[in-house]
Structures are given as structure tokens and as C-alpha cells.
Design a protein. Structure first.
Length: 98
């Protein structure tokens, strides 16, 4: 992680273990920090979880390459595991039709 991003994250949150930041901030600050993270993630990976008013009570955002991919299944976010060589894609809408 570049020093400028680490500085921005520690300005608004606490680094509870290396690479894991926890904080409470406004939606605007959260979105600006997420833009900064996605701009520099490169070959790494990042996950953002924040509360919202949905059935689960939170939203999950991911960027970068990863094996665990959030998938929207009728409004419920589930985690799909991919194989080591498969490329992961962000949230995909899947619905069961009756």
C-alpha cells in the first residue's frame, strides 16, 4: 500500500492489525477513500464493508483480484469461491424465477 493511501486511511480510521482499517465516517468520506483505494489497488485486493438499511444491514464492496466474490442472490449477498486460476468479477445479479 502506498504511503499516501496509508496516511489517508489512518487519518480517518484505526489500523487494528496491519492492512485492516476500522472507522466510522460519513458516506462522502467513505466514498472518497474507496476511490483512492481502487485507484491504487493494482495486483492487490481490498474489501469495504459498511452498514446500510437492507436485509443484511451491510453492503460489501470489493476490488482487485480475489477468490471470494460477492454475488447478489435475490437481494442477499452471498460469497462465491472461485478457483485459483479463474478471474473474479464483482457482484453479479442472479435471481431464481418461480
Amino acid at each position: 500500500m502506498p504511503d499516501h493511501l496509508r496516511g489517508a486511511l489512518t487519518r480517518w480510521s484505526s489500523e487494528v492489525v496491519p492492512g485492516i482499517y476500522v472507522g466510522t465516517f460519513s458516506a462522502r468520506v467513505r466514498d472518497e477513500l474507496w476511490k483512492a483505494v481502487t485507484a491504487v489497488v493494482g495486483d492487490g485486493q481490498a474489501v469495504l464493508i459498511h452498514s446500510t438499511s437492507n436485509e443484511q444491514g451491510y453492503v460489501l464492496r470489493t476490488t482487485g483480484s480475489r477468490r471470494r466474490v460477492p454475488v447478489d442472490f435475490d437481494g442477499l449477498t452471498l460469497i462465491r469461491m472461485t478457483g485459483p486460476s479463474q478471474s473474479a468479477t464483482p457482484i453479479v445479479k442472479k435471481s431464481q424465477t418461480p
